[in-house]
Design a protein around this ligand. Sequence first.
Ligand SMILES: Cc1cc2nc3c(=O)[nH]c(=O)nc-3n(C[C@H](O)[C@H](O)[C@H](O)COP(=O)(O)OP(=O)(O)OC[C@H]3O[C@@H](n4cnc5c(N)ncnc54)[C@H](O)[C@@H]3O)c2cc1C
Ligand SMILES: *[C@@H]1O[C@H](CO)[C@@H](O)[C@H](O)[C@H]1NC(C)=O
Ligand SMILES: *[C@@H]1O[C@H](CO)[C@@H](O)[C@H](O)[C@H]1NC(C)=O
Ligand SMILES: *[C@@H]1O[C@H](CO)[C@@H](O)[C@H](O)[C@H]1NC(C)=O
Ligand SMILES: *[C@@H]1O[C@H](CO)[C@@H](O)[C@H](O)[C@H]1NC(C)=O
Ligand SMILES: *[C@@H]1O[C@H](CO)[C@@H](O)[C@H](O)[C@H]1NC(C)=O
Ligand SMILES: *[C@@H]1O[C@H](CO)[C@@H](O)[C@H](O)[C@H]1NC(C)=O
Length: 546
Amino acid sequence: MAAALLLFLLSYILHPQTQVLALATSSDHDFRYMKSVGNATAVPLEDEYDYIIVGGGTAGCPLAATLSRKYSVLVLERGSAPVSYPQVLTAKGSGANLLQEDDGKTPAQRFVSEDGVPNVRGRILGGTSMINGGFFSRANNQFYNESGIDWDMGAVEKAYKWVEDIIVFRSNLSSFQSIFREALLEAGVGPDNGFTLQHLVGTKISGSTYDDQGRRHGAVELLNKGVLKNLRVAVEAYVEKIIFSSNASRLSATGVIYTDSKGKTHRALIRDKGEVILSAGAIGSPQLLLLSGVGPVNHLSSLHIPVVHSNPDVGNFMADNPRNMINIVSPFALDPSSVQVVGITSDFNSMEAFSYTFPFSFPQPFGLFPNSTSPLEFSLATIVEKFSGPQSTGSLRLLSSADVKVSPAVRFNYFSETVDIARCVKGMRRVGDLLKTESLEQLKFRDLEGAEGFKFLGPSLPKNQSDDASMETFCRSTVRSFWHYHGGCLVGKVVDGDYRVKGTNSLRVVDVSTFDASPGTNPQATLMMIGRYIGLKILKERRVVK
Ligand SMILES: Cc1cc2nc3c(=O)[nH]c(=O)nc-3n(C[C@H](O)[C@H](O)[C@H](O)COP(=O)(O)OP(=O)(O)OC[C@H]3O[C@@H](n4cnc5c(N)ncnc54)[C@H](O)[C@@H]3O)c2cc1C
Ligand SMILES: *[C@@H]1O[C@H](CO)[C@@H](O)[C@H](O)[C@H]1NC(C)=O
Ligand SMILES: *[C@@H]1O[C@H](CO)[C@@H](O)[C@H](O)[C@H]1NC(C)=O
Ligand SMILES: *[C@@H]1O[C@H](CO)[C@@H](O)[C@H](O)[C@H]1NC(C)=O
Ligand SMILES: *[C@@H]1O[C@H](CO)[C@@H](O)[C@H](O)[C@H]1NC(C)=O
Ligand SMILES: *[C@@H]1O[C@H](CO)[C@@H](O)[C@H](O)[C@H]1NC(C)=O
Ligand SMILES: *[C@@H]1O[C@H](CO)[C@@H](O)[C@H](O)[C@H]1NC(C)=O
C-alpha cells in the first residue's frame, strides 16, 4: 500500500512531461492600465501615432503593450473598460455575463450564424478573453508546423512565459474536475500528464486565467506590461474604415476612421514607418477589410464599395469547431467549476467538462426551464467534445456597406466535410466510454427498484453507439458552437507569413482570423503568445531597418 502510494507520488513528481513553471500567484486585479484608458469622446478628432491597433482584445492587448516599449500606440476598442461591467472580472459573474441581454454595448455580443447556431463574441477591453471559460493551454506542434509561419520556437517559448507569468494560474481542482480526470484515465485517455500547459496526448490539468479566488485576469492585464505613457487606449471607439493612400507602385494604410459614442467622427493617422494592425477578431477583422474595399470584387461591387485591393479570400474559410455534449444531472451537489482538465486523444479529439449548480440568481441558461418559477435545486455535469480543425468551412459577407455596427452574416457549414462527422462520431463514442467508467458511477441515480442510471438533461447518446447513422444524427442534431470560430484572413491567402495584408504596406492582421485550424484544445494561449511574439518581431525589424 505505502509502496504503491510512494510510487504514485514519485511518478507525479518525476513525471518527464512536467514543465518547470513560473505561473502567476493569486493576486488582486491590477488596474494600473486604467491610466492609459479613456473615452473616445476625449480623444482629439485628428491625431498621429506610430501604431494603431484596432481591437483591444486577446491578441491586441499583448501586441499594444509590447509596441509601447518604444513607440506611441493607439488602441481603438469598441467596447467599454472592464470596470464598467465588473461581472467580467469574476468566475461567478461569467454566467451572468453570457446571459445578459445584448443592448449593443454589453460585453457579450450575440450573433446567430446562418447555420442557425447561436454564438457570442467579446465587446469589451480585453476582448473575448474577458467573457470566455478561462482555460489556458498552448498550441499543438502541428499548429506551428502547418500555420504557414516560420516560427522562432525560442521566441515562442519566451512569449508564452511573458503571458503566463502574470495572468495564468494553477488553481485547486474542483471535486467534479477530479472525478472527470479519473474517468478519462480509467477510459484509457492516457498517459496521465499531470499539470502542464503543453498540448500532449493524454489527460492533463491545465492553467486558467481565473486565480484560486475566482478572479479573472484576462488579456487586459497584459497592458500593464507596456510603457503606459506611450499607450493610449480609447474605449467606445468604433473603427469604421482603414484609410489608404496609393502611388504607382504601392497601396499603403495611413490610418483609420472611427466614431465615438456621441457619433463624432475621428481620424487617427500613422507616422512614417508606422502601421495599422487589425486585432478585431474573426468577425471584426474580415469585416473591416471588406468595409475598406479589400476583398472579393463581386461582393464589394454588389454593395457599391469601391475596390481598393482585390482579394477573393477575405471573409472565406470561416470555420467553427462544433461542440457536442451531454448534460448529466448529479444526484449530489457539485461545486461549480470551469474547465481545468482536458483529455486529448491521438485521433484528433479532446474532451472537457464543467459543472454548475441551479438555481442561478439570474435567468437560467439556454432556455432550459422556461417555466420554472420555484427553482429546482440541482447540479449539472456537462461533458463536451471537440475535434481538431475543422475541415468544413464557410464564409462571411457584409450586410451593410457603411455601418460597422451591423454584424456581417457568417456561415460555418458544420459537418459539410465527411472527415468532420467521422471525428465527431469517434469523439462521442469516447464520451460513451467515459459513461461506462466506475468513476462516473457516482453520478447515477438509483430508482425505487434499485436500477441505476444517468439522468440526462437534454439529449443522451444513442443507445446503439456502434451504429454510425444514429451517431451522425446525434452529432448533427445537437451541434453547438465551441466558440473557437476562426478564419476570414488566413495566412497565405489574405496575410503573408509576417501577418501583413497581401498587396498592401503598413497593414497587418494579428488575431484568430488568421488561423486555418483551432490551435491546441483552446485558442487563447496561442493568441496572447502571438500578440507578444509579433510585437517583438516588429520592434526588432525596425531596429535593423532604421
Ligand atoms: C463563451 C466563450 C468561451 C470561450 N472559452 C475559451 C476558453 O476557455 N479558453 C480559450 O482558450 N478560448 C476560449 N474561447 C475562445 C477565445 O476566447 C477566442 O478565440 C479569443 O479570445 C479570440 O481572440 P481575438 O484576439 O482573435 O479576438 P477578441 O479577443 O474577440 O478581440 C477582438 C476585439 O476587437 C474589438 N473590435 C471588433 N471590431 C471592432 C471595431 N470595428 N472597432 C473597434 N474594436 C473592434 C472587439 O470588441 C474585441 O474586443 C471562448 C470563447 C467564447 C466566446
Ligand atoms: C463616454 O462618453 C459618452 C459621452 O459623454 C458617455 O455617454 C459614455 O457613457 C462614456 N463612456 C464611458 C465608458 O465613460
Ligand atoms: C513538427 O515539426 C517538428 C520539427 O520538424 C517535428 O519534430 C514534429 O514531429 C512535427 N510535428 C508534427 C505534429 O508534425
Ligand atoms: C488549495 O489546496 C491547498 C492544498 O490542499 C490548500 O492549502 C489551499 O488552501 C487551497 N486553496 C484554495 C483557494 O482552496
Ligand atoms: C510609393 O510608396 C512607397 C511606399 O509608401 C514608397 O516607398 C515609394 O517611394 C513611393 N513611390 C513614389 C513614386 O512616391
Ligand atoms: C409555461 O407557462 C405558460 C404560461 O404560463 C403555459 O402556457 C405553458 O403551458 C407552460 N409550459 C409548460 C411546458 O409547462
Ligand atoms: C448496432 O448497430 C450496428 C451497426 O449498425 C448493428 O450491426 C447492430 O446490430 C446494432 N445492435 C443492436 C443491438 O441493435
